[in-house]
Structure formats: C-alpha cells, structure tokens
Design a protein around this ligand. Structure first.
Ligand code: NAD
Length: 262
C-alpha cells in the first residue's frame, strides 16, 4: 500500500465498474479514503467488497448523478465522513444512434447524465471546497469531446461541453485554490464499450485509426488522474489531457505506406 494520497478523501462518481472502479482502486492503493457514487446497486456493492478486500478504505452511496437532490444528499454524506479533497467526476453513459434517429428522450438522458450530472456533482463538491479554499477536480471527457465520432452526436456534444465546463471552473475557481482539469481517453476496452461493440469492430477500429495498434485499457488512464490530483500538478488547471494511442495526432498510415517509409 502506497502513501501518496494518505489522509486524502477522494469522491469518485460512476466507480461501480469500468474506468471509475480502476481509478478508485489506484487512489485507494495509494492510501486515499474513497467515497464512490453509482446508480447500479449490484456493481456498487461488488466494487465495495472488492476494494475492501484489497485493504482500501471505502464508503459507497447509491446515487444517480443526474438527480440534483440525490447528489446534494450524497455529497453532504461524504462531507460528514471527511472533507472531500479530490473529486473524480467520471460517471457517464453512451448510446450509438445515427444523428437523424436520436429521439428526444435519448438525447436528454445522455446530456442529463454526462453533462448536467457532472455539473451537479462539481457544484455541490466545489461549494464545500470553496469554503476551505482548497480542492482538486478532474472531469472525465473523451477524445469524442474534441473530434466527432459518427453515431454519437449526443455523447460527443456532452463530452465537448465537459471541456468548456472544466475550463470555466478553472478560471472561476483558481482564486479559491481549486484546480479543475479534463481527461480525454481514446478508445478503451471497458464494460461500456464491450456492451456496444463486437470484438471484430474493435479490431477493425484499431487497425484503421489507432497508430499504437491497440485499444486502451482501464490501466492506461488512472495515472493521469493521480497526477492531476497530486501536488505534482500544482500549477496546472483548465487543461485537457489526451490518452488515445495517437489517434488525434494525425491520420494513421496504411501498412502499405508504412512499408515504403521503413
Ligand atoms: N470506454 C471508453 O472507451 C471511454 C472513452 C473515453 C471516455 N470514457 C468515459 O469514461 C467514463 C467511464 O466509462 P466506462 O467505459 O468505464 O463506462 P462503464 O459503463 O463501464 O462505467 C460507467 C459507470 O458509471 C455509472 N453511471 C452511469 N450513469 C450514472 C449515473 N447517472 N449516476 C451514477 N452512476 C452512473 C455506471 O453505473 C457505471 O458503473 C464515462 O464518462 C465515459 O464516457 C470512456
């Protein structure tokens, strides 16, 4: 067990599975006390059991981040345990639907959870941090917040919104000693993506778009959040950190072209 986040209270949303669970684990293994919010009771209980089994100090709260009253209650409960030092705003959903076919209810659900939910949690936590004049926030955006992926208009819009929400928080809250940054992972193998995409899709996507020739894993991302939550990034706020295997750097050359240049 490390000591990097000893005596720090870290609140993680959507920590019941996938990336949020791995981020929680990495903070916990560095000594943090965790408060995990998720709206799926079974995964929340499984996550709690798994983390406790690894010797991690963890509390959980069944909360839907898109419901303001639930968020206020859960953040109040977290603050009762200990002041929240770090917020990892990770909860999100994705639906793949062509732009012309997105129904209003689906559009609203994606925006309500991914963007409005993130705002509710950030505002509730930052009001406490503001009183203490200390705190760090890291918001989960996506490579899709910077570059459109077909079939994901609502998801892309929500993730782009998160970037400007983060930058606005950074400039408004800097004088209160609160930092806010956004993280943009590229394609990752997680329960979310595996519910949407087949292994054949992943293979052809990687082959066509990702210069590093592999999808990301949940292990690729948490170190960025640990860095952004630590004093090592004390002068960094309002920034966007991309981890995408090179996808946004430029067009991936074909095997034929690579062969020519080597
Ligand atoms: N998987 C990827 O390729 C990828 C890439 C870039 C960004 N992201 C982002 O990373 C985050 C985590 O994604 P993941 O792939 O681990 O997904 P996941 O579906 O595996 O995990 C998301 C977790 O968030 C929870 N959640 C969803 N809506 C919630 C709500 N309203 N209230 C509380 N909890 C809620 C879910 O129950 C789940 O436990 C998301 O914000 C996602 O957009 C994922």
């Amino acid at each position: 067990m490390g000591e990097r986040f000893r005596d720090k209270h870290v609140l993680v949303t959507g920590g019941g599975r996938g990336l949020g669970l791995e981020i929680s684990k990495q903070f916990g293994l560095e000594g943090a006390t965790l408060m995990i919010l998720d709206y799926v009771e079974d995964s929340l209980r499984d996550a709690e059991e798994q983390l406790k089994h690894s010797g991690i100090k963890v509390n959980v709260d069944l909360t839907d981040v898109s419901k303001r009253d639930e968020v206020e209650r859960a953040v109040g409960a977290a603050e009762q345990i200990a002041p929240v030092d770090v917020l990892i705003n990770n909860a999100g959903i994705a639906h793949e639907t062509p732009f012309l076919k997105i129904e209003e209810a689906e559009w609203r659900r994606v925006i309500d959870i991914n963007l409005t939910g993130m705002f509710f949690v950030a505002q509730a936590v930052c009001r406490h941090m503001a009183r203490r004049k200390r705190g760090v926030v890291a918001n989960m955006s996506s490579k899709n917040g910077l570059d459109a992926e077909f079939g994901y208009a609502h998801y892309n819009a929500s993730k782009a919104g998160i970037i400007l929400l983060t930058k606005t928080m950074a400039v408004e809250l800097a004088h209160l000693n609160i930092r806010a940054n956004a993280v943009c992972p590229g394609y990752l193998v997680t329960p979310m993506s595996m519910e949407i995409d087949s292994p054949e899709f992943v293979h052809s996507f990687v082959d066509r778009y990702i210069p590093m020739n592999r999808p990301g894993t949940v292990q690729d991302i948490p170190p960025i959040f640990l860095f952004l939550a630590s004093d090592e990034s004390a002068f960094i706020t309002g920034q966007v950190f991309i981890a995408d295997g090179g996808q946004l750097a430029g067009q991936k050359p074909s095997t034929q072209l690579l062969g020519k240049s080597l």
